[in-house]
Design a protein around this ligand. Structure first.
Ligand SMILES: O=C(O)[C@H]1O[C@H](OP(=O)(O)OP(=O)(O)OC[C@H]2O[C@@H](n3ccc(=O)[nH]c3=O)[C@H](O)[C@@H]2O)[C@H](O)[C@@H](O)[C@@H]1O
Length: 453
């Protein structure tokens, strides 16, 4: 190999700036550089090579080429003995150190497993330490599909299901979801992340399906209303079809928006709603209403085991800072010292729940035997103006609150009646809005400080 290397014609290739003859270490390992006896002794057959990225300390462990620097030989991809130490091609920026690649398929400590008998948890080490998850017997462990699992609510649900010890498969098209929300599970043996749009069918064997996939903030769902309707209709048909085939239990995350601009207050699940079918919110409201219709049609016609949660306004860490919803808008505005934007006269009301409460409710609903729709929300009701003052006073009391025109068809009041959830699930919110807001503000501040948003 080294012979071939020295006889090669001089070619010009783009190489990473990290690999330079000016680097004394690199020069030491270049085939043209005289080698010490120790170096020559170090040459080994491939089978004897250590399998970590530390094998050849002179090479950067992971090489992706951006540099336009040229270097006149192909020998760069070989070690002094002529063994390949790097694969891939500069033309497609695919170079990678072989040791790095080995680290993927031949890890030094494959899935090092730490069982903690005392608290019945198991932790896996694979390049990073994952949070310990409960150790379940095979009969207790479920395969759970979460559509929209990389979104705000979905990712918190995934955290919980993972910590509970289940196998979790996340489907997300990343339109409003973000891989960052679940990156801490990437590589965990219980976790799979699939980029997939629920508008297209998806086949898998699962025990439970939490169907969350759909843009939920008004600016996002109104951005492409036809796609929003397709997501609710075709996405729900696809997931119900999957539930039917696999006999999985199916939970639809519906919304308080099915009540429209309600004439009943607070809203009970028996209320049929007051929705404008051709207004700007209709793509979401009517989409979710059809999704509910489909869910119960599959239940009656095909015996699919279904659950329906009607989710009221929810907030918490991992909300998208740009999604236009009132909580993220007000927090970001106050953090930046900008005026808070109240749409309309601010007398419209909302009831806000902290995301951990919602996740509790979803898991309860999935695992209890109640099949009618259930409201999940915190009845703590605020006018939007009060809510603006609450956030302003927690972050920057001097900031101005400014009135802007109301949005079309904005519901004037919203507050859940949670009698059903209390009665059939034993659920009610535990977080006061103030505590949830403190945690959410702390998270947003950290994101800003770390330059992530
Ligand atoms: O937050 C949620 O979880 C809900 O958000 C939306 O429902 P909406 O109540 O319209 O939520 P926001 O966009 O946060 O608006 C709440 C109220 O604040 C007002 N608002 C919003 C943003 C803003 O900067 N200023 C402001 O006054 C809106 O006009 C509205 O009256 C979705 O449609 C629901 O599906 C979802 O459950």
């Amino acid at each position: 190999m080294s012979q071939i290397a020295t006889e090669e014609p001089v070619l010009h290739h783009s190489i990473p700036s990290a690999i330079s003859l000016e680097d004394p270490q690199m020069a030491l390992h270049h085939p043209d550089t005289p080698q010490t006896p120790q170096d020559q002794n170090a040459a080994q057959p491939v089978s004897d090579l250590p399998t970590t990225a530390t094998t050849n300390s002179a090479r950067p462990p992971n090489i992706f080429v951006n540099s336009t620097q040229t270097f006149p030989t192909l020998r760069e991809y070989h070690d002094p003995s002529g063994l390949v130490i790097e694969v891939g091609h500069p033309s497609v920026n695919s170079q990678i150190a072989l040791d790095t690649l080995r680290g993927v398929y031949l890890p030094v400590q494959p899935y090092n497993r730490i069982d903690n008998r005392q608290n019945n948890t198991v932790a896996y080490l694979h390049e990073k330490t994952f949070p310990p998850v409960r150790s379940l017997r095979p009969s207790e462990k479920k395969r759970i599909l979460v559509t929209g699992g990389a979104g705000f609510v979905g990712s918190h649900l995934v955290d919980r299901l993972m910590l509970m010890g289940h196998d979790v498969i996340v489907l997300d098209n990343f339109f409003t979801g973000n891989k960052r929300n679940v990156q801490h599970w990437l590589g965990h043996p219980h976790f799979e992340l699939v980029r997939h749009d629920v508008v297209d069918p998806f086949m898998i064997e699962v025990d439970q399906i939490y169907h969350l996939a759909c843009p939920a903030s008004p600016p996002h769902y109104q951005y492409n209303p036809i796609k929003t309707v397709k997501t609710s209709v075709m996405g729900t048909i696809n997931m119900l079809g999957l539930a039917k085939r696999t006999k999985a239990r199916f939970l639809l995350t519906s919304t308080s928006e099915v009540y429209g601009d309600p004439e009943e207050h607070p809203q009970r699940e028996t209320y049929w709603g007051h929705v404008n079918p051709i207004g700007p919110r209709a793509c979401y409201d009517e989409g979710k209403r059809v999704a509910e219709t489909l869910t119960y049609s599959y239940m009656h016609q095909d015996d699919v085991d279904v659950r329906v949660a009607r989710i009221f306004n929810t907030f918490g860490p991992r909300m998208n800072e740009n999604d236009g919803r009132v909580v993220s808008n007000f927090i970001m505005q106050a953090l930046k010292g900008e005026q808070l934007t109240v749409y309309g006269d601010g007398s419209q009301t909302r009831s806000f729940q902290y995301v951990h409460d919602l996740v509790d409710g979803l898991i309860l609903l999935m695992n209890k035997n109640y099949t009618e729709p259930v409201n999940l929300g915190n009845p703590e009701e605020y006018t939007i103006r009060q809510f603006a003052e609450l956030i302003r006073d927690q972050i920057s009391p001097g900031t101005a609150i400014k009135i802007f025109p109301a949005t079309t068809d904005d519901p004037q009041k919203r507050k859940p009646d949670i009698t059903r959830a209390k009665t059939y699930l034993g659920w009610e919110p535990r977080f006061a809005v103030r505590q949830g807001l403190n945690e959410t503000i702390t998270w947003f501040k950290k994101q800003v400080d770390e330059g992530l948003i």
